[in-house]
Write a protein that binds this ligand. Sequence first.
Ligand code: C2E
Ligand code: CA
Ligand code: CA
Length: 532
Amino acid sequence: MTGRWLAATVVGGALLAVAIALALDHAFVLYMENQARTRLAARAHGALGLAEGRIDQASNALIVLASAGVDSCGPKALETMRIAVFESTPLKELSVLDEQGRALCTHVGTLVDTYAVSREYSLPGERIALATARFRDFNDRALRVRLERPSGRSIAALVAIDALLPEVDFEQGAGGKRMRLMFASGETIAARPTGDEGMSLDGSSSLSVRKSSDRFPIEVIAEQSRTALAGEYRDLQFFVRFSAMIALTLGAGLIWMALRRGHDDPAAELRRALHAGEIIPYYQPTVDTRSGRIRGAEVLARWRRRDGSIVSPAHFIPLAEQSGLIFDLTLILMRRAREEMGAAYRQRPQLRLAFNLFAGHLADAKIVDDVKNLFDGSSISTNQIVLEVTERAPLPDLDEARRVIELLQTIGVKVAIDDVGTGHGGLSYLLKLGVDMIKIDKMFIDAIGTERYSLTIIETLVELGRTMKMEVIAEGVETFAQLEYLRLKGVLSAQGYVFAPPVPAAAYLALIEAMEPASAGGLPTLTAASAA
Ligand code: C2E
Ligand code: CA
Ligand code: CA
């Protein structure tokens, strides 16, 4: 499950990374095209201004000629025209046309019909008309501006194509850029690169910007191919992609580390296990050394993993204590044991159920409320509850511990000191705490039959128990010889593999069903009901 989750996270992360990379790339293309469009618009605007200026120059020259009375091919008119062409560079030719538009003469006096004229576009409200002129003899074109005279004749000026569009940037298709000046009808007047009248203006492969004149029926289209644009931005795009890759790699690394950390955090894993119900109680019976009857059980925590394996408390109790999870863990075990043992214990009020506490549990009285809430009025009476406090770890505040123990005793709970003989507490510790039971550590039981010193300790503890009215329980009893010795020395209760290891609830229940029939003095029971 965790592996699958991890895989899903990795795949999800990779998809997200790709999506971010694509989005960044897309954003970059948008940025690049936006920049290019702005530049194209500026170019188109400039070019349109130039073309308008040329048309103005030509029409001004024509108006000057008209006011000078030029509408014939007389020597004076020719002279005036020659001067006008000479003074205005973009003017290629001036001519006088008859009423049908046929050329009568040019400024140099030569004859006629050197070019063909396209359709004319007249300016509204003025007597000016624009057209393209195509020379017959050589392959060239010009813009013709014609002014009609009141006589019906007109004078016409040819503006050189080269003068109509700016040179810079658009010559030779530099950077895939092209430009075209045309009539609003779509007919081309001039183009850059020169001769490139048939530019594609295909929106998918190029960017184009169109500007129309407010004053004349002309417009300019500036265009750049997307391939050329990408080429222009190649370095920057590489840089953006490279930075995005680095950022993504870093981000992915950080996410991965965070995931690993979550994965490797044992406290988080224990918390999860706790709330997933993986921490369960096992029960180890305590037995009367003389009668062999079961006196109750000690609840020992087990971690039943999802694969069914059982983890011993040595592997997680220390972590639970350090992380503070031990408080939850203890309550969860108590609640679960109450559910599992309630029915059987209600019928057997003599049976006891012991739970292990840690030193922190005696730092304040919260445990008293917890135990009261859990067991008061439940199937298991507080009189059946034993709480074991280990001597291995020192208690933080002995006076407070004493007070909490007293409070527990007033609600009927018995308190035991666990692992007696192993800690630094010593006898005074035992006496000061005023507990009800002492559990002799397995270490001393193991020494039975081997070491004299341990035997003295067992005898001392039994004697102490007798005088202080504390029950003595021997822990970790593994052999009959040990059991026999303890019985002779007056140890009344024992716990150990010689009777049973810690077992799951079902096994412990089966054991007490077999060995401890429900007591007649109990509450109305199943046994009583079936006997009736
Ligand atoms: P403990 O309270 O001294 O529990 C007795 C330990 O001795 C248990 O180990 C039990 O399985 C083991 N034992 C019992 N009889 C024999 C025997 O004949 N031979 C041998 N070799 N071992 C025997 P376990 O269950 O592994 O628990 C270890 C310790 O973990 C416990 O020692 C206790 O200190 C702690 N612990 C277990 N459950 C809890 C809990 O719910 N809360 C707290 N605070 N500590 C717990
Ligand atoms: Ca114990
Ligand atoms: Ca112990």
